[in-house]
Design a protein around this ligand. Structure first.
Ligand code: HEM
Length: 398
């Protein structure tokens, strides 16, 4: 049984779209740039003309060229719910905000978070089902884990976690309209504002205190700017990582020869994470706004068009990744686009990788013979077009 928060999120993320990559591969090989959208419903965009870039080199070039393809598209798409975030900002404002906040994600901090916060959390969640011999890993591990990671690195009170988690998922569940997410967004700001003020007055060793204290050229973020940034971290850091960990577990549980290898040699978790990010990126499409006329793959894109950069299609471009449909943890290392590219490339990518590594490592140590449970009648597979993930992972162990 899905929780209400899970159900709302899965309704938003695009439901069961079946074989997403087969038809897209055909388009990538034949037309390169699609005139139109691959998305259904609201995600297809409003009244603008719409184009979809499908090949690796074209996607990477578009993301690098942020003066032609701007993320100003998020002003329409996200601002009504999320307020102003760094995702919609352009240079030089973007660089300043990103620099101040990004300071907190450096290697030394991540190492400390791993031992003090994230590994203990993985154990705590696994404690909840380890004695039972069976579990549903989406509900019991992959869904609560990343949002509680964020709660811990922000230094929020433990008793607030369920409240914080419910707000986090309501924030992006726009499938049933904007009213609920907007309310959750306002509530979250009201909840965070006094905490930010308090940490500014009495700094501790959490992320909120670090962001409040960070300075570039003598400048600090205002309390409202910090609240906006924290509010973006929630969907940016929890839904994505949740999807990614679930998809990786499913990929390994259904490729048992590779699962055995990773279990025996934990150094292979890193390559397995990169291969999953290539094969099934959590966010397969990101939007941009073309602000001047431009031609790609012979297709003219007029200024003012909405342009979808199909990260998931780029990652299966056979000119860069031979036999792209195959999940293969021994694939030679090549940059994929799961975290995008260019100025807005994911700020939390090292955290996401670390969380995923810790979740898998802890799970394989605690439950050495983890396997899919064939008796539940469930058919776990990867769903969704906005976010991609399995919606359930019934497993047996012990
Ligand atoms: C596997 C997990 C993740 C994936 C696949 C992912 C993917 C992405 C992508 C594709 C973008 C670019 C969006 C765009 O330009 O339109 C992005 C941006 C961003 N991500 Fe992630 N992300 C993940 C985890 C995280 C985590 C854990 C955090 C932080 C806690 C985070 C924070 C951010 C932020 C703040 C941005 C905006 C950066 C900017 O505009 O400069 N992400 N992410």
């Amino acid at each position: 049984m899905e929780t209400a928060a899970q159900e709302a999120f899965h309704n938003t993320s695009g439901g069961d779209v079946g074989d997403l990559w087969g038809p897209i591969g055909e388009l990538r090989r034949t037309v390169g740039v699609l005139s139109g959208s691959l998305m259904s419903g609201a995600a297809a965009g409003g009244d603008r003309q719409h184009f979809t870039i499908l090949r690796y080199d074209d996607c990477a070039a578009a993301l690098r060229d942020d003066t032609t393809f701007t993320s100003g598209i998020y002003v329409d798409m996200m601002r009504p719910v999320m307020g102003r975030t760094i995702l919609e900002m352009e240079e030089p404002e973007h660089r300043r905000h990103r620099g101040l906040a990004g300071h907190a994600f450096r290697h030394k901090t991540l190492t400390r978070w791993e031992t003090e916060l994230i590994r203990p959390l993985a154990h705590e969640l696994i404690d909840g089902f380890a004695p039972r011999g069976h579990a549903e890993l989406v509900r019991e591990l992959t869904f609560p884990f990343p949002v509680q990671v964020i709660a811990r690195i922000l230094g929020l009170p433990h008793d607030d976690y369920p409240y914080f988690q419910a707000l986090a998922f309501t924030l992006t569940s726009v499938g049933e309209g904007y009213e609920g997410p907007k309310k959750a967004s306002d509530e979250l700001a009201d909840y965070l504002r006094p905490i930010v003020a308090e940490r500014r007055a009495n700094p501790s060793d959490d992320l909120i205190s670090e962001i409040a204290a960070a300075e570039i050229d003598g400048e600090r973020l205002t309390d409202d700017e910090i609240v906006s940034y924290l509010r973006l971290l929630l969907p940016a850091g929890s839904e994505t990582t949740y999807c990614s960990i679930g998809s990786l577990l499913l990929a390994l549980l259904t490729h048992t020869d590779q699962l055995d290898e990773v279990r025996a040699d934990r150094a292979l978790i890193g390559p397995a994470i990169e291969e999953l990010l290539r094969w099934e990126p959590a966010v397969p499409f990101i939007p941009r706004l073309a602000v001047r006329d431009v031609t790609i793959a012979g297709v003219e894109i007029p200024a003012g068009s909405q342009v979808t950069v199909a990260l998931g299609s780029a990652n299966r471009d056979e000119t860069r990744f031979p036999d792209p449909e195959r999940f293969d943890i021994h694939r030679p290392e090549q940059q994929h686009l799961a975290f995008a590219f260019g100025p807005h490339m994911c700020l939390g990518m090292h955290l996401a990788r670390m969380e995923t590594r810790v979740a898998l490592d802890t799970l394989f140590t605690r439950l050495p013979d983890l396997r899919l449970d064939p008796t539940t009648g469930d058919d776990p597979h990867i769903h969704g077009e906005i976010f991609r993930s399995p919606t359930s992972l019934p497993v047996l162990f012990g």
